[in-house]
Unconditional design. Structure first.
Length: 295
């Protein structure tokens, strides 16, 4: 009996028949992709449906997994309030990097994005602001000419209109396919942030997984208030590079949000479920510096 059951299961999964069976082979069962999610922090396996219901936060360890720019805006901005800037801006191939243009076209079709960051204006619980969200699906949200230009323009718009800026960062760093042009974006974005700050305006950085490289070394670290999601990776160079340079073993929690908070690089760690409320509260406090009661 058990052998017959085993043969039935084997037939359904492999589309083959047992030598002694006269049954016709059935079509192999197709297991859907992304059926489960393996947490990169605690390594527990969670059903994707359960993860999505939990705002893509691991129920086992609290790790805030990566989400798309569209998802981030939908859970942060007031419904229908987001107005996108520079939606159709696309990058060139400044150093004639092989196959770079073809890869860009493929990524635009796959993600629906023009590049690795989405910027625009919105309200968060009624508070007007400029928002930017980096999307790791697009070349690991690396910073090239378009990313730098869109972020710079967003800060310039905010400065001109006296608006705060909320920037959700997630990046592997500067985009090597654009060479020195990508590195120039570090200075350009930092200059725009400085002019915004000189105007006495608020800039909040929210570091998500991962925020590394030239992005960390420029605009991501210049926020007046730096928030991080739990257990995300934050740093500049990789662990192995640093250990090889200083010839020392680094702590196990090195470059985690919790490590950064303990050492003063991050001001607070906020869970995704509380992020919208926290940002709105900060915006209201900054808008009412006199200490007046806020509803």
């Amino acid at each position: 009996m058990l052998e017959d059951l085993f043969n039935v299961v084997k037939t359904r999964f492999n589309g083959t028949i047992h030598e002694e069976s006269n049954e016709k082979p059935e079509k192999p069962i197709e297991i859907p992709k992304d059926l489960v999610f393996k947490c990169p922090r605690c390594l527990n396996v969670i059903m994707t449906d359960e993860l999505v219901k939990n705002m893509k936060v691991c129920p086992c360890c609290g790790y805030n997994s990566r989400i798309t720019a569209e998802e981030r805006i939908s859970i942060t901005a007031d419904k229908g309030s987001f107005r996108e800037f520079d939606k159709n801006m696309t990058s060139k191939n400044p150093i004639d990097f092989p196959d770079y243009e073809a890869k860009q076209i493929a990524l635009r079709e796959k993600t629906g994005l023009s590049d690795a960051v989405v910027t625009g204006e919105c309200t968060i619980r009624g508070e007007r602001c400029v928002i930017g969200v980096m999307d790791s699906r697009y070349m690991m949200a690396s910073m090239g000419s378009v990313v730098g230009e869109k972020i710079t323009r967003a800060f310039e718009y905010a400065t001109e209109n006296k608006l705060p800026v909320i920037l959700f960062t997630a990046s592997g760093g500067a985009r090597m396919q654009e060479g020195i042009v990508s590195l120039m974006q570090m200075a350009k974005t930092s200059g725009a942030v400085a002019r915004h700050s000189d105007a006495g305006l608020l800039y909040i950085t929210v570091m998500t997984d991962p925020t590394t490289g030239g992005v960390t070394a420029s605009f991501a670290s210049l926020g007046d208030i730096i928030i991080a999601e739990p257990k995300v990776l934050i740093g500049f160079a990789g662990r192995r590079v640093i250990e090889g340079t200083i010839k020392q073993r680094l702590p196990d929690d090195f470059q985690t949000a919790e490590f950064m908070l303990e050492h003063g690089f991050v001001d607070m760690i906020v869970d995704r479920k509380l992020m919208r409320r926290t940002i709105a509260h900060i915006l209201k406090l900054h808008k009412n510096p006199s200490g007046e009661e806020i509803g």
